[in-house]
Ligand binder design. Structure first.
Ligand code: AVJ
Length: 326
């Protein structure tokens, strides 16, 4: 965890401490039904696989959101405070962010940009790519998860917080609201949030995006087992698990699971435990919630933001909303 006093360019830890993975893995795999927190999917390898996912023909969210940002960048920037600093939650490699930064630099001389991510590797790429293209952007990478929001207070006001890419879709509704409330707590009147969420649409379109024909999403999902093998001395055979994904209409979400192909026992050395799987038993690895415009409005409001404007694409597949602290 990063504390505010550590943020003055003191070296930050290279990744989530192993003990934290151990606790999450032990807890998740001891539960019935078994589950693992989605943030564990995003180690260096997982983040690289997710980058590949964003380029897949079936995976519409990234290019749809990028198109919204490109089409409306000037209008979005015209609605921002004068001379904003930019923070970003789950920045990844910041590819889409550069669309906004480019446009922002037509309005202000420089930008202080604070990308937060759990992946050290992704942040390094983000910093390199942004600084290579946009010399007037000062990048201040923040390694951490969404509990480490104190860096927002290091940003000069007015602040813009980016939470794009539908990352909020990983969260249960109550947790999404709590997260926005936590963000709001570090902000002041006039500070803004730009939030990107995936919208409910034809289920075939959504399901194809999480079950691509090249099998990249399957590799992304199974990478979690490989990570446990590497970091915790696990003995998972990734071939002994199937990638399963489907649209859960009642919960308004795509679910990702790893399904045991047979009954098996898997030893995890660092946990000093053996995990038993029945044939067909699943580990729930990720949810990707899809919103309606109405639910998106409620989310912002309950999170402490007043909705200023929402931009969507022509199919209304994805939405980018700007909210402000009153
Ligand atoms: C990174 C959470 C936005 O939900 O679409 C993509 C994750 N998982 N394919 C999403 C993901 C499998 C992605 N988010």
């Amino acid at each position: 965890m990063i504390r505010p006093e550590q943020l003055k360019r003191v070296p930050v830890p290279a990744s989530i401490p192993v003990s934290e993975i151990a606790g999450d893995v032990l807890e998740g795999l001891s539960r019935t039904p078994k589950s693992l927190p989605p943030k564990l999917l995003y180690d260096a390898e997982g983040s690289a696989l997710f980058e590949q996912i964003t380029c897949l023909p079936e995976y519409y969210p990234t290019r749809t959101e990028a198109a919204i940002l490109m089409t409306h960048a000037d209008e979005i920037c015209s609605r921002l405070g004068k001379n904003v600093s930019v923070g970003e939650l789950g920045a990844g490699t910041a590819t889409k962010t550069r669309i906004l930064l480019r446009s922002l630099l037509r309005r202000q001389f420089s930008v202080n940009y604070f990308p937060l991510d759990v992946s050290d590797a992704a942040l390094k790429l983000a910093k390199d790519e942004v600084e290579k293209e946009l010399q007037a952007v000062n990048v201040h990478p923040q390694i951490g998860d969404f509990e480490d929001l104190a860096f927002l207070e290091l940003q000069a006001r007015p602040r813009l917080v980016l939470y794009i890419g539908s990352s909020i879709g990983n969260l249960e509704h109550v947790d999404a609201i709590t997260l926005l409330q936590n963000v709001a707590q570090h902000l002041s009147s006039g500070d803004q949030l730009l939030l990107g969420v995936d919208l409910v649409k034809d289920s075939g379109v959504m399901q194809a995006a999480y079950n691509d024909s090249a099998g990249i999403t399957a590799s992304f999902n199974k990478n979690l087992l490989i990570r446990i093998n590497r970091e915790l001395g696990g003995h998972f055979e990734p071939e002994a698990f199937y990638h399963v994904s489907f649209w859960n209409e009642a919960a308004s979400r795509i679910e990702l699971h790893l399904e045991s192909a047979r009954s098996q026992s898997v030893r995890v050395d660092a946990l000093d435990t053996t995990i038993r799987f029945g044939q067909g038993e699943r580990i729930h690895t990720e949810n990707s919630y899809k919103y309606t415009l109405e639910r998106l409005g409620d989310l912002l409001q309950h999170g402490g933001f007043q909705l200023e404007h929402t931009w969507t694409d022509p199919h209304c597949w994805f939405a980018v909303s700007l909210g402000v602290i009153k």
